[in-house]
Design a protein around this ligand. Structure first.
Ligand code: OOG
Ligand code: NI
Length: 467
């Protein structure tokens, strides 16, 4: 009987979720179809250049999902399920102050970390935890009521968690158990048909739509699934041509003349889905809930801390320029600011240490008596090495908050005068019982490994004497 490895569990889970979400939200299937059309068209037009940020196979299978949980206990449980699939918490996102409007959650992304694991299947899940203890959003009384409700619900069965622990400890599962694990894990994120307590849900909704979505129901659900596309502007146009209303803009960096950087995302508005509600007198009726949507993204090269600082600076500059020119096309204004101020070639991004690249020795450029330069830019200019962009595998807090907000309707009540709860990365790591990996450190380590291998090949003796 064959053994199923973590990456295979991850790939199967991603596929099963995608099939389930396609049945639940048919517009998602349209989004996947159109993404595939666009990706095929880009590869046909550009050839190998289109695959610079990932092979067509990887990009076609690539998805991220989003889930929202209510308690530290639920968060710790989901970490075990994702751990079984080789997905680990990376990054800390505090959406309470990420603007445009505060959202009462803190989040991390569960994803593969090793390069070869990402290449096999990069499935990631943006996972948010309700900040019920934050007085700016919730009174002590509401926190108590939320916790009482959430403490009673069981999102993940003991059987699922036991299989998860066995898979993580044993680096996989035998075939029959693997099937069971994937089926149970997928089912935990299915939209429930169990009637929702109407009074409770509506009272939460008046305070916070996110709180109602998380704490107003007895189960959790996948909130969106996001395919990756190679040309997001083309996708946006094609979706609108099919009559699917998209949110107003593509979030993240603009379309401009230079390389793709970080992450660009857009979505269609949450759809009205009929859900059963139970009134106080016991009668059940259906009402529409708008929480689930479809999103699509384009990924670019990861930025260093300096590159990220420039990105943040330009975000401010773009907003100011757009405000100053209300009649102009906002996308054109953003492109102009970027074309003026963001270095437009990979060579400049390397030289300015603004983006992450992995380096590879040029096969026929062996040591020729002259000393190779020490720095990456010099090695590149001398033809010693080539640079391959390292793809940004993470998320952007401002885009994430924007995605939440654009699909929640009104922003709810919020009292900025109260002190916020102290929920930071260290706290979340404690909740998970796992370290939170830092994205910048992961990209740095990948770059350094590649440079180390290059230097070793160029200076074998020097290396031997040093090690
Ligand atoms: C998560 C929003 C964040 C993204 O792509 O930035 C996210 C949510 O709506 O629960 O998925
Ligand atoms: Ni998303």
């Amino acid at each position: 009987m064959s053994f199923v490895e973590p990456w295979q569990l991850r790939a199967r889970f991603a596929r099963a979720l995608s099939e389930m979400y396609g049945r639940e939200v048919p517009a998602y299937t349209t989004l996947v179809d159109v993404s595939r059309e666009v990706n095929d068209a880009v590869v046909a037009a550009q050839g190998a250049a289109a695959e610079r940020l990932g092979s067509l196979d990887r990009v076609t299978a690539e998805r991220h999902g989003a889930i929202r949980l209510g308690t530290p206990r639920e968060m710790a449980a989901v970490a075990r399920i994702f751990g079984a699939m080789g997905m680990f918490p990376v990054g800390f996102y505090d959406l309470r102050d990420a603007g445009p409007a505060p959202v009462p959650v803190v989040s991390t992304a569960f994803r593969p970390i090793a390069e070869e694991e990402l290449a096999r299947n990069p499935f990631r899940v943006f996972t948010s935890l309700l900040a019920a203890s934050d007085r700016r959003f919730f009174s002590a009384e509401l926190q108590r009521r939320l916790e009482r409700f959430l403490d009673r619900r069981v999102l993940f069965s003991p059987e699922l968690l036991a299989l998860a622990d066995r898979a993580e400890a044993g680096h996989g599962l035998p075939a029959a158990e693997a099937d069971r694990f994937v089926a149970l894990a997928t089912r935990s994120f299915e939209l429930s048909r169990e009637p929702i307590d109407e009074d409770w849900y509506r009272s939460l909704e008046r305070i916070s739509a996110v709180a109602a979505d998380i704490g107003g129901v007895a189960s959790t659900h996948i909130n969106h699934l996001t395919p990756r596309v190679l040309d997001i502007d083309e996708l946006y146009a094609r979706m609108q041509a099919r009559g699917i209303a998209m949110i107003d803009a593509i979030q993240g960096p603009p379309r401009w003349d230079g390389p793709d950087v970080l992450l660009r995302q857009t979505s269609f508005r949450a759809l009205a889905e009929p859900r059963p509600f139970r009134r106080a007198d016991g009668a059940v009726h259906e009402a529409a809930v708008r929480v689930r949507f479809g999103e699509v993204e384009a990924r670019g090269v990861a930025l260093t801390a300096a590159g990220r600082a420039l990105y943040d600076e330009l975000s401010v500059a773009v907003a100011a320029a757009q405000a100053a020119e209300p009649g102009a096309d906002p996308a054109a204004v953003a492109a102009r600011v970027w074309n003026e101020r963001f270095p437009a070639t990979e060579r400049e991004l390397v030289a300015g240490d603004l983006a992450f690249f992995a380096y590879e020795l040029v096969a026929d450029r062996r040591p020729d008596g002259r000393r190779p330069p020490a720095d990456a830019a010099g090695l590149l200019d001398g033809g010693w090495i080539t640079a391959h962009p390292i793809v940004y595998e993470d998320f952007l807090p401002r885009s994430a908050a924007g995605i939440f907000q654009s699909n929640l309707g009104e922003s709810g009540a919020h009292d900025a005068g109260e002190a916020g709860a102290d929920l930071d990365a260290g706290w979340l790591a404690g909740v998970l019982g796992r370290d939170l990996a830092d994205p910048i450190s992961l990209y740095t380590a990948q770059r350094e490994r590649s440079l180390h291998a290059v230097r070793r090949a160029l200076e074998p003796e020097a290396h031997l004497s040093r090690s």
